[in-house]
Design a protein around this ligand. Sequence first.
Ligand SMILES: NC(=O)c1ccc[n+]([C@@H]2O[C@H](COP(=O)([O-])OP(=O)(O)OC[C@H]3O[C@@H](n4cnc5c(N)ncnc54)[C@H](OP(=O)(O)O)[C@@H]3O)[C@@H](O)[C@H]2O)c1
Length: 339
Amino acid sequence: MEQRRFKALVVREDEEQQFQRTVEERRVDKLLPGEVLIRVHFSSLNYKDALSANGNRGVTKNYPHTPGIDAAGVVAASATAQFKEGDEVICMGYDLGMNVPGGFAEYISVPSEWVLSKPTGISLYETMQIGTAGFTAAQCVERLISLGVRPDQGPVLVTGATGGVGSTAIALLAKLGFQVATVTGKESAHTFLKELGAVKILTRKQATGRVGAALLRERWAGVVDTVGGDLLAGAIKATQYGGVVASCGNAASGDLPITVYPFILRGICLIGVDSANCPMIRREEIWQELADSWRLTVLDDLTTRISLDQLNQFIENMLAGRTKGRIVVDLTGVTGAAT
Ligand SMILES: NC(=O)c1ccc[n+]([C@@H]2O[C@H](COP(=O)([O-])OP(=O)(O)OC[C@H]3O[C@@H](n4cnc5c(N)ncnc54)[C@H](OP(=O)(O)O)[C@@H]3O)[C@@H](O)[C@H]2O)c1
């Protein structure tokens, strides 16, 4: 087992400080020692992976490196009693794919505290159709609901609508009976967004509103924001009295140019969402919902399934803002070594 060879996407920095990505052969015994060795069947491409694959040192400090913050597969060896060979598991976030070799490989080796048993009612493939992006969307929706946002209170706005987080948030909100308004920069994606359940589609300019204004007309009962900056500011300023805004991303900017007026005059709530270090107990609860009453039937409509060899091109597309929905990396047939 230790000498087994496997395929992985490896990012290397060349002499001109350019980052090159190639599919290479690695050996299991060269992985970091961990408690659970997982034969990865599926991974998925998230924005953070594209940054890691492009040499972003805020995400990954040292290269050569294999990105991939998501992995779903089968336990190949375990040093703990908690997991045994053959168990179907998910591993997402923590330092996976950031500073620990990640899911863009046939094998990962990780601490047992990072590993979650796959709930019944959902396949390994479906867990990666959701992945970190969808899990983050689900956390945002759960936050809105737990803070009192209900479908009869008005529309919920989703920004970065065609992205991985945005598209899953739309599908989930629509499934739960919310009227979903969306913001997209892609005119060509209107049909895609409507099929996921969006009833209103705004341009980025329309959703941002007047940049200098402290408040805008009250429109949103809730917001799932994936982009930050002026769009998040506009969404907060247009959130109705008592509404809730979940902020989980910075696809446009890490800035937030607002005043305190939406908070002190309309009592709105701004809540942050993180998935990387989300406690295991909460992960289990959210995944159980996603496998059960929140199970999405439109996942195939928002997923592109690719091979390890196609990943490099899709990373480029994501960095250029050309991807849509979720991208699942299929590692089952790479060497034919799948367990
Ligand atoms: N907090 C967490 O734990 C967590 C977890 C996952 C992701 N995230 C973050 O959430 C964000 C979205 O992730 P993702 O996986 O959905 O990424 P993605 O698939 O690349 O989607 C991002 C979307 O944002 C929109 N966008 C991009 N640049 C923009 C700009 N300059 N202005 C306005 N909109 C812009 C685009 O949608 P349109 O073309 O439709 O407008 C794009 O498709 C990222 O910042 C990511 O790091 C955070």
